[in-house]
Design a protein around this ligand. Structure first.
Ligand code: 0XW
Ligand code: MG
Length: 367
């Protein structure tokens, strides 16, 4: 099989509830870049990446130029065996993990279709029947966040990510954690995520004020050193997100002692090929994993669910149905949450069929 054509779309995705995070980071309408790799066999593979503005070293307008730069390596290449193609890709162009993740997803889609197997079977096999989801709650007024938590709880969700820091007031963050904890009762996992937006002082004040509650903190500050300090002083469990992006950074966070949980996101780790290796390191380290991506719709969601489903239950804390938070749906047959849990598609490859009407016209065709 040979890749003969690359088509790319830029699709606006609008959040159902505007999603506010610390430091002015906001998801209202974001651009998702969708890739399709066409082959000489008639099979096509799909990939998607949707960077959140100002969130990571990634931006939507960078995806198509990076893929165009890679065209000499891609056109004519055999997509079966994504790791082999990605080895060539990484030698040709350093960095640009976010652009590579869409490409890597499309290679896995093609490899799965060629084998007649869903991607999770190729990533090690189905380890779990279904996976727990977490529900992420936008940083708005504490009472409104409690209402959103209650609503999600009533629909079966048992893990809650509470966005903190959007108004820079640490006492309101204390209220947010306390008020979300209340309606969901004891048992469910509740964690507060600053997305790097706090200084250590205020994160410590929040952590100490909620220390009597059962909560975890996520990525309070920009550096691992600051996060480790907050963890030591508050004694609360911590999830590392922005500071974990490759094997070395995951090991560093583990050694710093502040990574009881970690967010593995396809677009910070270059896609499934690299992320499955990081997943395996986390399994060895005993870290609880959230397997997800930054943002996106059905193609991204399907890709991350395949990796989640091939992860042993002892390592997986939760996963994320990003397609639930935004519209339009890019694939009508994409997976949906049911009673707080989700399963990956069963069809060959990614197992989702993107809808031409939702995509519109391609921005670029390379052949
Ligand atoms: C990446 N987000 C902003 C969106 C996901 O739902 C989770 C969250 C995070 O930073 O963890
Ligand atoms: Mg996070």
């Amino acid at each position: 099989m040979k890749i003969i054509r690359i088509a790319a779309w830029e699709v606006p995705l609008t959040s159902h509830d505007t999603y506010y995070m610390a430091d002015g980071k906001t998801c209202d309408t974001t651009t998702s870049v969708v890739l399709r790799l066409d082959t000489d066999t008639g099979l096509s593979g799909w990939g998607e990446v949707c960077p959140i503005p100002h969130y990571l070293p990634a931006y939507a307008k960078g995806v198509i130029p990076a893929i165009t730069e890679l065209a000499p390596v891609l056109i004519g290449a055999d997509p079966v065996g994504p790791e082999t193609v990605m080895e060539q890709v990484n030698r040709f162009l350093q960095g640009h993990a976010y652009a590579k993740s869409a490409l890597d997803t499309a290679l896995w889609d093609l490899t799965g279709q060629a084998a007649g197997l869903p991607v999770h079977r190729l990533l090690g096999g189905r380890q779990v029947k279904d996976m727990a989801l977490y529900h992420s709650i936008t940083c708005v007024a504490p009472d409104e966040m409690a209402r959103m938590a209650q609503d999600a709880y009533d629909k079966g969700m048992r893990q809650f990510q509470v966005k903190l820091g959007a108004d820079g007031d640490w006492q309101t963050d204390v209220e947010r954690l306390a008020k979300v904890r209340e309606p969901v009762g004891p048992g469910p996992l509740v964690y507060g995520d600053w997305n790097c937006g706090s200084d250590a002082l205020n994160a410590i004040r929040v952590g100490r004020a909620v220390a009597h509650l059962d909560v975890m903190l996520e990525q309070p500050c920009a550096t691992l050193e600051e996060c480790a300090h907050v963890q030591r002083v508050t004694g609360l469990p911590m999830k590392i997100d922005e500071n974990a992006y490759d094997v070395a950074s995951v090991i560093a966070a583990h050694q710093a002692g502040c990574m009881q949980a970690v967010a593995l996101k396809l677009s910070k780790m270059s896609g499934l090929s690299a992320m499955r290796q990081i997943r395996d390191v986390c399994l060895t380290l005993g870290t609880q994993m959230c397997i997800e991506d930054t943002w996106g719709s059905d193609i991204t969601t399907a890709a991350l669910l395949h990796l989640a489903a091939s992860t042993p239950a002892r390592g997986i804390m939760n996963t994320c149905d990003l397609s639930h938070y935004v519209g339009p749906r890019l694939a009508p047959d994409g997976p949906v949450r049911e009673n707080g849990r989700i399963t990956p598609p069963e069809g060959p490859g990614l197992g989702v069929t993107p809808d031409a009407d939702a995509l519109g016209q391609p921005v670029t065709i390379i052949d």
